[in-house]
Write a protein that binds this ligand. Sequence first.
Ligand code: G
Ligand code: G
Ligand code: MN
Length: 385
Amino acid sequence: LGHPAGDAVLQEVALRLRNDLRGVDTVARLGGDEFAIVLPNTDATGAVRVSGKLLVALEPGMQVDGNNLSIDASIGIAAFPEHGDSSDLLLRCADIAMYVAKRTRSRYAAYSSTEDRHTASRLTLVSDLRHALDNDGLELHYQPKIDIHSDRIVGVEALARWRHPVHGFIPPDQFIPLAEQTGLIRPLTHWVLARALAQAAELERQGIILTMAVNLSVRNLQDPDLPGFVQAQLLKWQYPPARLILEITESAVMADSPNATAVVTALHDLGVAISIDDFGTGYSSLGHLRKFPIDEIKIDRSFVMDILAHAESGIIVNAVIGLAHNLGLTVTGEGVENQEILDLLAKLDCDTVQGYHLSRPLPAEALVEHLRRHAKQVAHASVTR
Ligand code: G
Ligand code: G
Ligand code: MN
């Protein structure tokens, strides 16, 4: 909405904070969107009470340029003299507590020294991740995606891997949330997209034609520059847009901000395929998802892995496949861990599958090797048939 709107919001926040405090209290803006409040003769319990009051004061929507904006705050509390006896130390403790409040979504938190140590190691990890991104310290592995009817590998999904020089392998479930919380998700996603498209282009040069799927985070959908970046990368690598698949989790789509719809639509307009990842975990309906230009849904592995054990899961998978096909969408089953699941998904008319039974995510060289072997198997099968 631009800087003037941001300024108007800050002024309104300042007003609301001041209205709810005593004359002896001080409100100051530290910079950006951060405020500091000094409450004389108040202990941490009192500060918690004040925090509650301030959060309520910030709740009503703000009218800015005809838009009704709702904002949220996270509050960190530090007390004198328990947490520090200088303003520097108290601000540092309040800052650490504020990040705890943000991370746990508890809205306010008082300083604790355990969290401090945790935060310190977290901050080192963040700076290590930044370093890794700047120095090609991440890797991509590629998990084959198989057409269930022809048994051919039709694509791969790129999955980020981080081998930390000291801590060893750190799984994406850990560093992706870290990147999301610190704004590193934008450079990370850019790196993944660039690397994945370079790899896909390299495979095409070797005559291997595959779709390339890349995971997007909900935060990426707030970035209006993403479609431009994707377009530039597609041009750079001369990669056909239709073979790039961008996976968005169902919960990201459900978050349903106006920006997300615009960004997804712009991506789709480039000719890129849009896929809904982890489908079934976000409590949305396919009807709701129809607002987005979607090409594929990926049924979450929790349902797929459960279809042999529980009839209900089979019923859900069957219904989702039927509905998706009626809406013209392709369906991928994730988490195929054995032949029985594969057979059942084939019977249910699932289109494509991924899972450890078919292949784990592989480094690029191992993927090429796997593709060669798989191609022979297919050729052999068709000869004997
Ligand atoms: O193999 P696996 O452990 O890679 O992945 C764990 C989770 O991390 C999955 O939910 C996967 O979608 C996510 N993930 C892996 N790579 C990326 C990536 O490059 N970007 C995003 N946003 N998520 C990823
Ligand atoms: O959220 P997303 O669907 O992108 O996650 C992909 C994740 O699923 C990765 O962590 C990948 O390693 C994992 N994965 C892929 N195949 C299987 C499987 O057959 N079983 C299990 N448990 N996980 C799988
Ligand atoms: Mn995925």
